[in-house]
Ligand binder design. Structure first.
Ligand code: ATP
Length: 255
């Protein structure tokens, strides 16, 4: 479904070139919930953003359903992006619009007629358990509710893939549970493939069937979490599996 072939990305920075992603090859199969884990700066978000070309790889290619998105015209790319939803750490809701209108927004961009829009918005809000909040503005919602609105909005155009960039990093552990439950449900019920960037092995263990561990722009190890004998070899993977804690606070302990 998603196939990274030897991808690389170097950013130009004031202090010189910075290789954020180096020679990554990885396959995400349909219906996977695939975790990308590693310390801050490992290149996880850059890799994730290559799937919908928010970042263009400058080496290798990324195939989505066998198609290299870099070869498409801008018009075709916009169309393909409708089948790839995305959610972010800080929710990125439009604060001047209520919940209903936030979910409506991508449908308006896709020029979905008003009547169909209404039905789809209600379906999506129902899916994340927030139909009763349709008229509420984001400022009145909790972090978990905001992220579930973002999930509903990402689902509006019936994507096949959902990209999640640290979706639980701004919320407390209990709220994390409700967001992860929504993600698991849409994966199981709608068959949506999910790729999730996280710092936390707890998140990976809760919902992912596979995980890739990243360090310094490279994937150092991959695991199928359905296998019974998981034996990490790299120091970082050993650390991550041993310490089910947030890396943000414990990076120093590993270093
Ligand atoms: N647009 C950009 N311009 C310059 N450097 C960038 C840009 N985007 C990312 N980087 C750098 O690339 C490296 C990888 O960043 P990336 O955000 O992919 O890492 P990450 O593993 O997702 O970390 P974090 O959890 O902190 O977001 C970092 O050193 C980051 O500072």
């Amino acid at each position: 479904m998603i196939h990274f072939q030897n991808v690389g990305k170097t950013f130009t920075t004031p202090t010189g070139p910075l290789q954020a992603v180096s020679s990554v090859s990885l396959k995400v199969e349909e219906r996977d919930i695939y975790g990308l884990i590693g310390f801050s700066g490992a290149g996880k978000s850059t890799l994730l953003r290559m799937i919908n070309l928010l970042e263009r790889p400058d080496e290798g290619s990324v195939l989505v359903n066998g198609e290299d998105l870099t070869q498409l015209s801008l018009r075709e790319l916009r169309k393909r992006r409708l089948s790839i939803g995305m959610i972010f750490q800080h929710f990125n809701l439009l604060n001047n619009l209520n919940v209903y209108d936030n979910v409506s927004f991508p449908l308006e961009i896709a020029k979905v007629p008003t009547e169909q829009r209404k039905q789809r918005i209600e379906e999506c809000l129902e899916m994340v358990g927030l139909l009763d909040k349709a008229k509420t503005y984001p400022a009145k919602l909790s972090g978990g509710q905001k992220q579930r609105v973002a999930i509903a909005r990402a689902l509006a155009n019936k994507p096949k893939i959902l990209l999640c960039d640290e979706p639980t990093s701004s919320v407390d552990p209990q709220t994390t549970g409700s967001i992860l439950a929504s993600l698991k449900e849409i994966n199981e019920k709608l068959g949506i493939t999910i790729v999730i960037v996280t710092h936390e092995m707890n998140v990976v263990k809760a919902i992912c069937n596979k995980v890739a561990v990243m360090e310094h722009g490279r994937v150092v190890e991959k695991f199928n979490l359905r296998e019974s004998n998981i034996a990490p070899k790299s120091p970082i993977a050993q650390y991550l599996f041993k310490n089910e804690i947030s890396l943000e606070t414990r990076e120093a302990a590993y270093a």
